[in-house]
Write a protein that binds this ligand. Structure first.
Ligand code: SDX
Length: 392
């Protein structure tokens, strides 16, 4: 593998890991899945094709892709008793909390542990996870809206089904729009994997105790929910709406973001690894223009985002700290144009990231990685004598 770094054997206990799935270079703004550039994949592939690549390591042949899509269809039926679980949530519950719980609950209906070494069993677990996760993710929205929970339509594609499962109501069949499904396909591809980010590391460390795939992904959903991670796409939209309500005064929010006494951060800016432009943000920004134009949507929020980006890119505070727009900065603008409610933005991120979580969990188990056990530097008290309560 050209460019692969080899960690010394001690890496097994260093909290780092070796992986063949995603390569990213934060300085150069490079992102590749299994050696293919994100720019090419976003342009030329579809989401299930990229999911297959990320999970199994190679782009599928036409037959493999057709079989993958059909095998996922065999597993989209969610046990009716899961409805009792979702019924226990209030309508006001955040979809990410519901999704994490429902994902973990899938274990109750699929209790047999996956034998990762058995290719057939692992393939079936992949199809089952891809199929059921999409359905329960849309159920979280339908629960909020009070819509009846619905079922996957095997005559339609994976991304088409997402829109149908979300918005179709018994009195009104959902009208497919290729502009919408193409945009979503691209967005899901751009989120499919991202090396050892917070939620993926969570999936790997939970899976390293040999906890099941659904349990590990449920933990990943919870980690992704945080506003510093996947929850940022919702926080970006809320920030842009606040700026809009405040008369579009971007400078005021830039000042807040720079004020160390103010906990406010410019959401959608900065990254643990990218100290240059996040390549995904570049693609999503272009897609935002195209999608809004194709849909005839004139959203002032997009103009505010561009104004904020332009100001930050010449502001010394952001430039000196190498803070650039990340994947979350523009994605919410497209989701909003597609009619996705803000509360569901991070669920969209989870649907896109699912193949990456599966791939990384599978790789970690096949590599027989030891149970995760990060070490620490102890900074507490030295040994001291016990003092009886009466003497304290
Ligand atoms: C994702 O890891 C991944 O790969 C994640 C992800 C994926 O695909 O899985 O890419 C998805 O999570 C993208 C990030 C989404 N989060 C946000 O947009 C939230 C806003 N950004 C941040 O809070 C922040 O930039 C982080 C969390 C992303 C990174 O945090 P760090 O590592 O603490 O930031 P840093 O060390 O690079 O910060 C350096 C300086 C600090 O100031 P000083 O102490 O030097 O004075 O920059 C400041 C930070 O306070 N800073 C910000 C800022 N981000 C960093 N100041 C204002 N606004 C910001 N957004």
């Amino acid at each position: 593998l050209t460019g692969a770094i080899t960690l010394d054997p001690g890496y097994k206990n260093s909290g780092s890991c070796q992986s063949e799935i995603t390569f990213l270079d934060g300085e150069e703004g490079i992102l590749r899945y299994r050696g293919y550039s994100i720019e090419e994949l976003a342009e030329k592939a579809d989401f299930l094709e990229v999911s297959y690549l990320v999970i199994f390591g190679e782009l599928p042949t036409k037959d493999q892709l057709t079989k993958f899509e059909n095998d996922i269809r065999k597993h989209t039926l969610v046990n009716e008793e899961m409805k009792n679980i979702i019924d226990g949530f209030p309508k006001t519950a955040h979809p990410m909390g519901v999704l994490s719980s429902l994902t973990s609950a899938l274990t109750a209906f699929n209790p047999k542990p996956v034998n990762v070494e058995n290719e057939k069993e692992m393939y079936e677990a992949v199809c089952k996870t891809m199929g059921k996760f999409l359905v329960i993710a849309t159920w979280t929205y339908r629960k909020m809206k009070g819509y009846p929970l619905n079922y996957y339509d095997n005559t339609k594609g994976y991304v088409e089904n997402f829109m149908r499962l979300m918005f179709e109501i018994p009195t009104e069949p959902y009208k497919m729009n290729p502009i919408v499904t193409n945009a979503l396909d691209k967005l899901f591809i751009l989120h499919a994997d991202h090396e050892q980010n917070c939620s993926t590391s969570t999936v790997r460390i939970v899976g390293s105790s040999h906890a099941g795939l659904f349990a590990s992904i449920s933990a990943g959903v919870s980690a992704l929910w945080g506003p510093l991670h996947g929850g940022a796409n919702q926080a970006v939209l809320e920030m842009l709406e606040a700026i809009q309500a405040d008369g579009g005064d971007a400078e005021k929010y830039m000042a807040k973001a720079k004020d160390k006494d103010d906990p406010f951060r410019l959401m959608g800016f900065g990254h643990r690894v990218y100290k240059n432009f996040d390549p995904r943000a570049r693609i999503i920004k272009k897609a935002a223009d195209e999608v809004l134009n194709d849909l005839g949507v004139d959203d002032p929020i997009l103009d505010i985002a561009k104004k904020l980006e332009a100001a930050a890119l010449v502001d010394d505070y952001f430039v000196s700290r190498k803070l650039y727009p990340n994947v979350d900065f523009y994605s919410g603008i497209i989701y909003r144009a597609l009619g996705i409610p803000t509360d569901m933005f991070t669920v969209m991120f989870a649907i896109g990231r699912l193949p990456g979580w599966i791939a990384q969990w599978k790789e970690m188990r096949l590599n027989k990685e030891p149970i995760g056990r990060p070490r620490q530097v102890y900074t507490g008290y030295p040994l001291r004598e016990f003092v009886p309560v009466e003497k304290r």
